[in-house]
Write a protein that binds this ligand. Structure first.
Ligand code: ACM
Ligand code: ZN
Length: 540
C-alpha cells in the first residue's frame, strides 16, 4: 500500500512538473501556481478598464489583434472575454494573471503592470503571437494558473552607445522592443562622445554637422597596428529633435523611460573639434578616429565652457521628460588642466589643493559636476554620473553608476547616495561571450558569458540593509566601438539580455540557472520569430 501511495505521489509530481514547464517566462515571475486544466485563448475578445489609460487599452487591442491573426479564430467566436482590470492597491509595476477553465483576468494599477501582464501571457502562448503570423495548428491554450508578479529592482536599464557607431530611429525602437520583451524600464542613451555628436542642439547646429563626422575609423584595435580605414563616418548620423521626441514617445508607450547622457567634461572631442575654444589648448582638434581615452577634455576654467554646457543641457531637458540626466564624468584625464592658465586660475579661486587621496584637478572636476547638478536642479532634474564622480567630492544629490566593478557603487551607497550597478565585470555586453574568441566577432576584450551575467548578485552580503536600500537597480551597457552593425549588436545582446532580466527582476530565491537554460529554448524561438541574431553557446 505504501508503495502504491508513493507511486501515485510520484505520478502527481511528474504531472506538476510537466504543467510547470508550460510557464517558460523570462524573467521568471515572482509566484506561479499551476493547477489542472487549461483554457483556449483562440477566439477570445479582450476588455480593458479605461482607468488603466489609453496606452494600456491600445496595448491590449494590439495583443487581441495578434491573437486573432495568429490563431486565425475570429475575435469573440469562443465567447471568452480576457479582461484587464484595475487593481489600485497594486504598486506601479505589479500585476497578476488568473486563468481558470472559464476565465482569464489580468490585474494591474498602471500601464506598466498591464504591459507586463500581456508580455507574460505572450510568452505562455505560441511564438506566432509576436508576429501575428497564422499558426492555426498551434495550441492556443493557457494552463490554469495564478501568477503574482512584481520586480525586485525599480531601475532595470540598458545602455546604447550611438556615438562610436550609429543606430537609426527604427533600430533604436527595435532595441526598445527587446527591452519590453524582458520587462526593462530604462533606456540609457549615450548620445555624445569623442567619436561623434549625435543629438541636434538648435543653438549649436555645427555639433551635428562637424561634430558628427570623423575623417576615418581605426581598423581593429590599436595593438593590431592595422591603421585606419580612410572612410569618413557619421555624415547625417544624428537625431533631429523631432526624432528624439518620437523615440521618447515610443519608449513611453512600452513603459520605458529614456535617460540621455551628455558625457562631460571628458569624452568631448566631437564638441572640441567643432568649437576649439572649449578646450584648454585651443586645438586644433579632430573628431576622434580611434577608441580609447583622449587627453583633450573641456576647459572648465573658462566660464564660456560652462555657458555652452548649460545651453546644451537646457535643450536636453526640454527633450527628455526623465527625472535624471546622465552627465557622464568618466575617464577625464587631468593633464590639460594641469598646465592650463584658466583651469589653474579656477583652482586657485576655489582654493583647491592636492591631498593624500586626490589632486586639486580632481576637485576641479567635482566643482563642474556640482555646478551642473545645481543647474539641472533648477530644471527639476537630478544627475547620474559614472563612478569617477566619487573622486574629489561627490555632488550632494548625485546618483552613482558603478561601472569599474562594484566598488564605486558600494562606496557611494555607504555615503548615502543612490546607486545603479553596471559593473563591467558582469554587465558589459561589448565583452566576449565565449572563451574561444577566434569564432566570435571582434569585441572589446573581457569574457562575460551568459552564466556570468546570470550569476550577478547586486546586493552583496557585505552591505548593510540601509546601504542596500540605495541600490536602485542594475543596467547593462552596449558600447559600440566594435559593434559596427545591427546584426552584431543583436548577437552581443542575446541571450545575455535574457539573463540580465532575471538579475533585474527576480528575487534571488526565484533564480535558477538550470531552469533559465531550459526556458531559453522557448525564448530562442521568440528571438527567431522576431528575426533576431543571437549567440547559441548556451542554447546548443
Ligand atoms: C565607461 O565604460 N567608460 C563608463
Ligand atoms: Zn583649461
Amino acid at each position: 500500500m505504501r508503495i502504491l501511495v508513493s507511486f501515485i505521489a510520484f505520478l502527481l509530481s511528474l504531472q506538476f512538473l510537466s504543467a510547470k514547464t508550460a510557464i517558460d517566462v523570462i524573467p521568471c515571475p515572482a509566484s506561479v501556481v499551476v493547477s489542472e486544466g487549461k483554457l483556449s485563448m483562440a477566439g477570445a475578445r479582450c476588455k480593458t478598464d479605461s482607468r488603466l489609460g489609453k496606452t494600456a487599452v491600445a496595448a491590449v487591442k494590439d495583443f487581441e489583434e495578434n491573437l486573432f491573426r495568429a490563431s486565425t479564430v475570429k475575435k469573440g467566436k469562443s465567447g471568452l472575454v480576457v479582461s484587464f482590470e484595475m487593481a489600485s492597491e497594486m504598486s506601479d509595476e505589479e500585476y497578476s494573471i488568473s486563468v481558470s477553465e472559464k476565465t482569464v483576468v489580468g490585474k494591474a494599477s498602471s500601464l506598466k503592470g498591464v504591459l507586463y501582464a500581456i508580455e507574460t501571457m505572450k510568452q505562455m502562448l505560441p511564438v506566432a503571437i509576436y508576429t501575428g503570423a497564422p499558426a492555426p495548428k498551434e495550441d492556443w491554450s493557457l494552463p490554469c494558473v495564478e501568477i503574482k508578479d512584481k520586480p525586485r529592482f525599480a531601475y532595470r536599464g540598458l545602455l546604447l552607445d550611438v556615438s562610436r557607431h550609429f543606430f537609426d530611429v527604427e533600430q533604436v525602437k527595435k532595441y526598445m522592443d527587446f527591452m519590453a520583451l524582458h520587462k526593462l524600464n530604462t533606456f540609457h542613451w549615450h548620445l555624445t562622445d569623442d567619436q561623434g555628436w549625435r543629438v541636434e542642439i538648435k543653438k549649436y547646429p555645427e555639433l551635428t554637422q562637424k561634430g558628427a563626422v570623423r575623417k576615418e575609423t581605426i581598423i581593429g584595435r590599436w595593438a593590431d597596428k592595422k591603421g585606419f580605414d580612410g572612410t569618413p563616418y557619421g555624415e547625417g548620423m544624428w537625431y533631429s529633435q523631432e526624432q528624439i521626441r518620437e523615440v521618447v514617445d515610443y519608449a513611453a508607450s512600452k513603459g520605458i523611460e529614456v535617460i540621455p547622457e551628455i558625457d562631460l567634461p571628458g569624452h568631448m572631442l566631437a564638441a572640441l573639434a567643432t568649437y576649439p575654444e572649449l578646450g584648454c589648448t585651443g586645438g586644433p582638434y579632430e573628431v576622434c578616429r580611434w577608441w580609447g581615452v583622449s587627453k583633450d577634455v573641456l576647459c572648465v576654467g573658462k566660464e564660456s565652457t560652462m555657458v555652452f554646457l548649460e545651453n546644451v543641457l537646457s535643450e536636453i531637458c526640454e527633450l527628455f521628460p526623465s527625472k535624471y540626466i546622465h552627465i557622464g564624468g568618466d575617464e577625464c584625464p587631468k593633464v590639460r588642466w594641469q598646465s592650463c592658465p584658466h583651469c589653474q586660475a579656477k583652482i586657485r579661486e576655489l582654493g583647491y589643493r592636492d591631498d593624500i587621496n586626490h589632486t586639486a584637478e580632481h576637485y576641479l572636476q567635482s566643482y563642474v559636476t556640482k555646478r551642473i547638478e545645481d543647474f539641472l536642479a533648477t530644471k527639476g532634474k537630478s544627475i547620474i554620473g559614472w563612478d569617477e564622480i566619487l573622486e574629489g567630492e561627490v555632488a550632494p544629490d548625485a546618483t552613482v553608476m558603478s561601472w569599474r566593478g562594484t566598488k564605486g557603487g558600494i562606496a557611494a551607497a555607504r555615503l548615502g547616495h543612490d546607486v545603479i550597478m553596471a559593473p563591467n565585470t558582469y554587465c558589459y555586453f561589448n565583452y566576449y561571450q565565449a572563451k574561444d574568441q577566434s569564432k566570435e566577432p571582434l569585441a572589446r576584450g573581457g569574457h562575460t558569458p551568459v552564466s556570468k551575467v546570470y550569476s550577478y548578485e547586486p546586493l552583496p552580503d557585505e552591505m548593510t540593509k540601509e546601504e542596500k536600500s540605495h541600490i536602485l537597480g542594475v543596467q547593462a551597457c552596449m558600447w559600440s566601438e566594435y559593434i559596427t552593425d545591427w546584426g552584431t549588436l543583436e548577437y552581443m545582446l542575446f541571450p545575455r539580455l535574457s539573463a540580465l532580466s532575471e538579475v533585474q527582476w527576480c528575487e534571488p530565491e526565484n533564480k535558477n540557472y538550470q531552469t533559465f537554460i531550459r526556458k531559453m529554448r522557448h525564448m530562442a524561438k521568440i528571438y527567431e520569430a522576431l528575426g533576431c541574431n543571437y549567440s547559441t553557446h548556451i542554447i546548443n
